[in-house]
Design a protein around this ligand. Structure first.
Ligand code: SF4
Length: 620
């Protein structure tokens, strides 16, 4: 079909009327059956159409359209950060007449809207809070105990931002885009702080930090473009029409495809370097004459676009005459030969539109990084796993990782048949290399005595084994099992055994606890081992006879805590695992109460303290 508006008309109105016609025809049941394809979704035309449709109640899903910095939640957050540092307008200038384009964005699109919001009576609490802090930052006398990311998390408590984060907001057609954008923003701030060694606000460095953050970091990110959240598990979210580039649409199909970009002409895509390479270094004849390539590329591109349609293909444009005539001569004949959607012969009710094919990609879940976290605090799971907020300080697990990795080096050497390499000197070398790598990566350092304690744990393990590595089967085994609704994953530290049975071992780098007092924790570990046993049996067919925890921190007594395998108990554990996965997948993050012990250390506590909780009934 052809869809267009004459030069004095507005094609956006035509598009809207066309979409309504499709919907009212009754056979189009979800907006996600319609995709708009453009050469670029960042162009004025595509953006203006997207805004127009959204303004008229048709949500647009446009991955990678580079609107991150334009989003309200991001502009308000940047505006808020600027408000908190009143010295910013002076600090940002390196000379009296200095100017950066992004300052206009900061002032007009971030700061001003934030201030107008702040003036509203419902934000009085935030205003009082922000004024106090701004005053403090203006004449900072000593170090604070927070930096930019800390301020960000504190601001999430106020309704101006907290309303983006509710469970309901995540269930909207855009899957909580604003919440996900704020999460991405948290990750940018923590990255900035990591790169610039900012842990706190320091009077001496504050001006420089502000310059780096606003004049460079955000500016470069804004120029380069920041992608918004994309749900890899759903390429055409229900309730939205999609706006995609033709390139992005490769391999996808939609019942209705509207191709814009009728103003396009063939463009040379290759560089001089390609020409030199092809003419001088290609050992076979050129695939096609180089001077023709741009025309062929053009056809290939639009072949891709046109062939995405399952039921209906529409070519659409705002017609234009004279210079930059649209459609261009490359489309003109084709375009004018098509029937207009306005013709009475077009009857969408007669077209049985396909439904968008579901991509049945399964998500991966593991006991330690998903289930335990969810059980500890489902809200924390929602923020840090599902929405992917970045914590201000990642808890340092250096000690445990160091011991784990060095033990892994030992096991791997044995499994390679290099048992003779497991000498005290070599262990020291592995240990030092691991320490150097980890401390560089995490910027965490251990005092010499602590390093020595970690080294001792490794040595003691080796001594206890007494060179008897004969039963070692596999180390650091990543196992995954495809279940009906998800993929169950686990990483088993050690599998050892003889004949047909094996045992799984998980290392804990602490002293063996009092088993009575730590009954709950032991139950948790047992379930973890049961998941591993289930994985090993299902994936490898080997029978697991026992499951062990090995405490490398135990110096005198027996370092093991062993469990015999109980089929019934494993079944229960896996059923509970299934339940939690199904709650995660359906977005049920309700909890019976807040985990009081861990809240004070959690970055979300400002938000959670203000949230009006609806607790889950224990009986549920
Ligand atoms: S503050 Fe407490 S309730 Fe809120 S996410 Fe963190 S741990 Fe969970």
């Amino acid at each position: 079909l052809r869809l267009s508006a004459k030069p004095n008309g507005d094609w956006r109105k035509e598009v809207l009327a066309f979409l309504y016609r499709l919907r009212d025809g009754g056979t189009l049941t979800d907006w996600n059956q319609v995709a708009f394809l453009f050469r670029s979704v960042k162009g004025d035309k595509a953006v203006s159409l997207a805004n127009y449709l959204e303004g008229n109640g048709i949500p647009v899903y446009s991955p990678r359209s580079n609107q991150f910095m334009d989003r309200e939640e991001i502009r308000l957050m940047i505006g808020a950060l600027i408000f908190l540092f009143p010295q910013f307008p002076d600090v940002r200038k390196w000379a009296d007449d200095a100017h950066l384009d992004i300052w206009d964005y900061y002032d007009q699109r971030c700061f001003n809207p934030f201030v107008s919001e702040l003036r509203k009576p419902e934000h009085a609490r935030m205003l009082a809070w922000a004024k106090k802090l701004a005053k403090r930052h203006m004449s900072l006398g000593k170090n604070t105990d927070y930096a930019f990311a800390g301020l960000f998390y504190e601001m999430l408590q106020f309704p101006l931002f907290s309303h983006y984060l509710t469970e309901e907001a995540m269930k909207g057609v855009d899957k909580g885009r604003a919440a996900r954008n704020l999460a991405a923003f948290s990750s940018l701030l923590t990255k900035f702080e990591y790169l610039h060694f900012v842990n706190v606000l320091n009077p001496e460095y504050l001006d420089r930090n502000l310059q780096n953050l606003f004049n460079q970091f955000f500016r470069f990110l804004g120029d380069g473009g920041i992608n918004e959240y994309e749900d890899d598990y759903e390429y055409a979210p229900s309730g939205c029409v999609s706006f995609l580039t033709i390139h992005q649409s490769k391999g996808l199909e939609f019942p209705v495809v509207v191709v814009g970009s009728m103003e396009a002409t063939p463009r040379k895509q290759h560089t001089e370097l390609d020409e030199i390479l092809e003419q001088n270094y290609l050992s076979r004849p050129p695939f096609e004459p180089l001077e023709q390539t741009k025309f062929f590329d053009f056809r290939r591109l639009y072949y891709t676009a046109f062939s995405r349609a399952q039921n209906l293909l529409v070519l659409a444009c705002q017609e234009k005459e004279g210079r930059g005539a649209t459609p261009t001569k490359y489309f003109r004949d084709l375009f004018s030969s098509l029937p207009s959607w306005r013709e009475p012969a077009f009857r969408p009710e007669a077209i049985p539109f396909e439904l968008v094919r579901e991509i049945n990609l399964k998500r991966e879940y593991s006991f330690t990084s998903h289930i335990t976290l969810f059980e500890t605090c489902a809200e924390q799971y929602r923020f840090f796993k599902e929405l992917e907020f970045a914590p201000v300080r990642v808890g340092a697990m250096m000690f445990g990782t160091l011991v784990h990795q060095t033990i892994e080096d030992i096991h791997k050497a044995v499994l390679r048949g290099e048992e003779h390499k497991v000498t005290p000197e070599q262990i020291d070398t592995w240990f030092s290399v691991n320490y150097a790598m980890l401390s560089k990566k995490d910027r965490v350092y251990l005092a010499p005595q602590t390093q020595e304690a970690a080294r001792k744990q490794v040595r003691r393990y080796v001594e206890r084994e007494g060179g008897d590595w004969g039963r070692l089967r596999e180390a650091e085994v990543e196992i995954s099992l495809v279940k009906n609704d998800y993929i169950l994953k686990g990483s088993v530290d050690l599998i050892r055994g003889e004949n047909d049975t094996v045992e799984v071992v998980d290392f804990k780098t602490e002293k063996k606890p009092d088993l009575e007092k730590e009954r709950e924790r032991m139950k948790q570990y047992r379930r973890q081992l049961e998941v591993y046993a289930h994985l090993v049996e299902e994936r490898t067919g080997q029978k697991v006879s026992k499951m062990h925890l090995y405490y490398t921190g135990e110096s005198d007594g027996n370092p093991y805590v062993s469990f015999t395998k109980d089929h019934g108990s494993i079944k229960k554990t896996i059923a509970a695992f299934d339940d939690i996965v199904s709650r995660i997948e359906t977005g049920d993050y309700s909890m019976p109460s807040r985990p009081a012990k861990i809240c004070p250390e959690c970055d979300m506590h400002h938000y959670c303290d203000q949230k009006s909780w609806k607790y889950r009934n224990e009986g549920n």
